[in-house]
Structures are given as C-alpha cells and as structure tokens.
Write a protein that binds this ligand. Structure first.
Ligand code: SF4
Length: 87
C-alpha cells in the first residue's frame, strides 16, 4: 500500500488522470474544495477520505505544484509540509 510520502519518491510514474472520472469532488461545488482563506477544509477532507482516487489526486497535485485548495485530502499547507518532509 502506498503512503502519501511514497507518492513523492516514486520515479517515472506517468500521469494517469482516470481518477478524475470518479472524483467525488465533482459532485460538490468548487467553493467546497477551494474555500475562502481561513475557512474550514474539514468537510472537503472527509469527502477525499472516501474517494478512490485520493492517492492519484494527491500525486497529481504534488507533481503539478498545485498551490490552492484541497487535493487528495491535504490542504496547501499540508502538501508543503509533506514535500519538506520527503526531502
Ligand atoms: S481526493 Fe478529494 S480532491 Fe481528489 S478527486 Fe477525490 S474528492 Fe476530489
């Protein structure tokens, strides 16, 4: 089983965007995953926790340096922290 940290170290993974087809966030509004600064991300993260594409989504966000919103169950700050920990 891959962990969030493994996502950063796996070499040569080709981008697979099929996870978007079943993305649970597609059923929610963009404000849900891109909340205003200071707003809670808890509900978005709960939805991510039930999403089968969570790992692939996080991998995409990390590889493309997505700076805003919740991706793969992690906020911007949490993704930055994960990147720092994996160095
Ligand atoms: S993990 Fe979260 S942000 Fe990523 S596709 Fe699933 S619901 Fe959307």
């Amino acid at each position: 089983m891959r962990t969030d940290a493994d996502v950063l170290t796996a070499p040569g993974l080709a981008p697979d965007l099929s996870w978007r087809e079943d993305a649970l966030c597609a059923q929610a509004g963009p404000e849900f995953f891109f909340p205003a600064p200071g707003s809670s991300t808890r509900e978005a993260k709960q939805l991510c926790g039930a999403c089968e594409g969570r790992v692939a989504c996080l991998e995409y966000a990390l590889r493309h340096d997505e700076r805003f919103g919740v991706w793969g169950g992690l906020s911007e700050k949490e993704r930055v922290r994960l990147k720092r920990q994996s160095r």
